[in-house]
Design a binder for this molecule. Structure first.
Ligand code: SF4
Length: 420
């Protein structure tokens, strides 16, 4: 491809325009060895909530404002070791640390910012359960498989999933700033510590160029917002230049776990590529902090269409009240609740899975109590690659002669005249 000038594909924090210094590998950086202040570019993100400030002064007393508010510093100082994490959450919450450390399971990674939300006794450590490894991950149950959606068999080029006729899913990187223990893409995330780099996208971009039926590209991963601005812009501009691409979507958890990434510079770049949609992975109402509100406000003000995706997780968000609270908070920050997913059957995920009836109960508990804007689709991603199937409470009850019989949110039955 002639206009591909391969950008460097080093570790996520590298952006030579902004950070004119050599990158320090993650493993050598810890909270005891913070970056030299001059190596961190000034951030235009400076919202720090009182609760997070308290966490920072306790666990990162030497971190300056400049460091804490830098997304690169956050990634470089993330919790990747169990002993460090146990200082925050207490060893009783970390099962069998030695076997987990030695296992080849999805690794541990939590940003210092997100770690500040973990010690939440009031909500039974709901957020911690979603990102702190557990020995329950060693239990494989019937129906579980590494790639339950069979995405690997739908890839015309490496890391490009073409399941629906008009859409493709570009798995742009294997890196995330936080690893969710129930991740559908456990089979591909964090295979290497590096981002793939621009060269790896060449065949996928060419495939999309040569398929005029594709009008919608979802950039996901891993988490695309962990890439530096120049890599991300390279991808967005390449796709935006394809005449038959109508919309581009970004799937990300970054605004919730690394809000410092949503700099004014990033947002200014993103808004060049409208119509741009963003699906934000949201798990629990406690995630909507002042930092997250600031990050999402920036994205919404830039005209990016925002929707949420939430995985239904046992003990984390599996109640009508928790989902309702999350939805109210999302609507308030201009994020349309889009999907609630039944947890996919990846190996070692049964402790997260609720019965499907729980999802139906939640949708029933929302309908009639929140405006239609706040009602997400509850879907099961059909194992084997069948795509998303919406699961609905039975509002349509069938026919009675010239009427259709319908049930409202209170369970009352009505007839609607609809002659055959
Ligand atoms: S952020 Fe998304 S891709 Fe990354 S681990 Fe979580 S669910 Fe998986």
């Amino acid at each position: 491809m002639d206009n591909f000038n391969t950008l460097s594909d080093n570790e996520p924090p590298l952006d030579t325009e902004e950070l004119n210094s050599e990158i320090v590998p993650f493993a050598t950086v810890s909270s005891e060895k913070p970056f030299i202040n001059s190596e961190i570019p000034n951030s235009d993100f400076n919202t720090v909530s009182p609760a997070t400030e308290q966490f920072r002064s306790e666990y990162f007393p030497q971190a300056t404002d400049k460091q804490w508010n830098s997304w690169r510093w956050q990634i470089q100082n993330s919790y990747t070791k169990f002993d460090k994490l146990s200082e925050v959450i207490g060893e009783s919450h970390i099962d069998d640390m030695i076997s987990l450390s030695n296992s080849r399971k999805l690794p541990l990674r939590i940003t210092p910012y997100y770690a500040s939300l973990l010690d939440n006794k009031g909500n039974d450590y709901a957020i911690a359960k979603s990102v702190v490894p557990s020995k329950l991950e060693f239990i494989t149950s019937p129906g579980e498989e590494l790639d339950p959606l069979h995405e690997d068999s739908m890839c015309p080029t490496p890391n490009l999933v073409h399941r629906y006729p008009d859409r493709t899913l570009l798995l742009s990187t294997g890196f995330c700033s936080v690893y969710c223990r129930y991740c559908t893409r456990t089979h591909m995330v964090q295979k290497e510590k590096k981002h793939y780099g621009t060269k790896a996208w060449e065949n996928s971009i060419n495939y999309i160029k040569n398929n005029p039926n594709v009008r919608d590209v979802i950039i996901s991963g891993g988490d695309p917002l962990t890439m530096n601005d120049s890599h991300l812009e390279f991808l967005l501009s390449s796709l935006h230049a394809i005449p038959h691409i109508d919309i581009i979507r970004i799937g990300t958890k970054v605004p919730m776990v690394l809000p410092q990434r949503i700099t004014k510079k990033l947002v200014k770049m993103l808004k060049k590529y409208h119509p741009l949609y963003m699906s934000i992975h949201a798990t629990h109402p406690d995630e909507i902090t002042p930092e997250v509100t600031e990050a999402i406000t920036r994205l919404a003000d830039a005209g990016i269409v925002l929707g949420s995706q939430t995985v239904l997780l046992k003990g984390v968000n599996d109640s009508v009240e928790t989902m309702k609270s999350l939805i109210f908070k999302l609507l308030k920050v201009r994020v349309k609740p889009y999907y609630i997913y039944q947890c996919d059957p990846i190996p070692g995920s049964s402790h997260f899975r609720t019965p499907v009836s729980k999802g139906i109960e939640i949708i029933q508990g929302l309908r009639g109590h929140i405006s239609g804007y706040g009602i997400p689709h509850y879907v099961i991603d059909a194992p084997g690659g069948g795509g998303k199937v919406p699961i609905l409470p039975e509002y349509y009850q069938g026919r009675d002669g010239d009427n259709v019989v319908i049930k409202n949110f209170e369970g009352k039955i009505y007839k609607y005249y609809d002659p055959i």
